[in-house]
Design a protein around this ligand. Structure first.
Ligand code: KIV
Ligand code: ZN
Length: 435
């Protein structure tokens, strides 16, 4: 990851800047198969979930929330299939969601029977809105629900004799919950669990609905890290939704504020505006020279499986993955990219330093072919680049404006993009006389 230099490369003279950066990948947890799936118009079938699960494993996820097995027969069957067909690698934990209700918790434990490593993820809603409007319950009653669920998970884990079962608790709607109260709930859960450095609880503080700017959320995480009574007994997790379009920034700032673990989904799939996009956050880390510990070196394949299983599309301008993100139409951009690529080939240090392209497309399995495309916005530099790259024709400087005008006349008239082949044909016709 030395190929990417942390940015900006120049700081202020008298201080280190910026104050905080992310220097190590967080623990990642994919929620594609649960939060992502529950938000699909047509949820994935068991076979589609299996295919998606294999994809997540191949990307390198070690924690994968596979569903809400007590909620539906399909979800239950999927978890059983994973376990009974030995589809879960030994170093991967499956995570299963359950509400804090006795019959659902019991059914969840039936679903994970025989799993080597599993995280039971218990949640109940804690926000003022949920307490007052949805449940009409007092603060104390909400704490009682969380504690009773935790007790049952603890007892069922003990009865199972499986040391590979871990516990996650989410105060759902944390972003709408008074901070001190959220801490009280979490402390009560920690006490009931007997949380310690050797028996950690994953405390997941979700941005269930994104209600503020990312810095406000990160301040809440920082406050939580400072006030939690035994920080060593907790893995602090973040689960951000994207209602304000800032879930990635929220998660990045949360890590800088002390979070250990990040939940999210590929391409940001999930309820409403989605879950935090793990691909974006991971590749943002990569471009700062930090190993994301996830393998996104074949994004086209990942996109293909994702689209097939979820029936969702990826926007052409989606960061890192969209069809148009390694493409420049405008002449000045094309010229700069062309010069940058040539300089990169000459550079001894191998550091990626190409204008307008924050990432080498090859690092994510894309190629240079699409970078320079020619339409009415393109300039002579881009046209010369295409001819040289595709046909090995180096047109002299004096000829470039002349041929640029020829190409522009066609693109202006037709309003269409020209392929390298069409440009080559025009060139032949204009200067060689061939048709
Ligand atoms: O968004 C959310 O709060 C959730 C919880 C169940 C963690 O998905
Ligand atoms: Zn969620």
């Amino acid at each position: 990851y030395k190929k990417y230099a942390p940015y900006p490369t120049v700081g202020l003279k008298d201080r280190t800047w910026p104050d905080k950066t992310i220097t190590k990948a967080p623990i990642w947890c994919s929620v594609d198969l649960r939060d992502g799936n529950q938000a699909l118009p047509i949820p994935m079938s068991v076979d589609e979930k299996v295919e998606f699960f294999r994809l997540l494993v191949s990307v390198g996820f070690k924690e994968i929330e596979v569903g809400f097995p007590s909620a539906s027969a399909t979800e239950f069957a999927f978890v059983r299939k994973l376990i009974e067909n030995n589809l879960i690698p030994d170093d991967v934990s499956i995570q299963v969601l359950t509400q804090s209700r006795e019959h659902l918790i019991r059914r969840t434990f039936e679903a994970i029977k025989g799993a080597k490593n599993a995280i039971v993820h218990l949640y109940n809603s804690t926000s003022r809105q949920q307490r007052d409007i949805v449940f009409r319950m007092s603060r104390e009653e909400i704490i009682t629900i969380a504690v009773a669920g935790t007790r049952l998970v603890r007892e069922l884990k003990e009865a199972s004799g499986n040391p590979g079962i871990r516990f996650e608790y989410s105060p759902e709607s944390f972003t709408g919950t008074e901070l001190e109260y959220a801490l009280d709930v979490c402390h009560a859960v920690m006490d009931e669990w007997g949380a310690s450095a050797t028996n950690k609880v994953i405390l997941n503080l979700p941005s269930t609905v994104e209600l503020s700017t990312p810095n406000v959320y990160a301040d809440r995480i920082e406050w939580f890290c400072r006030h939690i009574k035994n920080r060593d007994a907790v893995l602090l997790s973040v689960h951000a939704h994207n209602d304000r379009g800032t879930a990635v920034a929220t998660s990045e700032l949360a890590v800088m504020a002390g979070a250990d673990r990040i939940e999210g989904a590929l391409f940001g799939n999930g309820e409403r505006c989605g879950n935090m996009d793990i691909i974006i956050m991971a590749l943002n880390l990569m471009t700062q020279g930090v190993d994301p510990e996830l393998d996104f070196s074949n994004l086209p394949h990942i996109k293909q499986v994702y689209s097939r299983c979820t029936r969702m599309t990826v926007h052409p301008r989606h960061p890192y993955s969209g069809d148009l993100v390694y493409t420049a139409f405008s002449g000045s951009h094309q010229d700069a990219i062309s010069k940058g690529m040539k300089a990169h080939q000459r550079a001894a240090d191998g550091v990626w330093d190409v204008p307008y392209l924050p990432i080498d497309p090859e690092d994510v399995g894309c190629n240079y072919e699409a970078i320079v495309r020619i339409n009415s916005q393109s300039g002579k530099g881009g046209i010369a680049y295409v001819l040289e790259k595709e046909y090995g024709i180096q047109i002299p400087k004096w000829m470039q404006p002349d041929f640029g005008a020829v190409v522009q006349e066609v693109t202006d008239r037709t309003g269409e993009e020209l392929s390298a082949e069409q440009i080559h044909e025009l060139f032949q016709k204009e200067y060689i006389g061939a048709t």
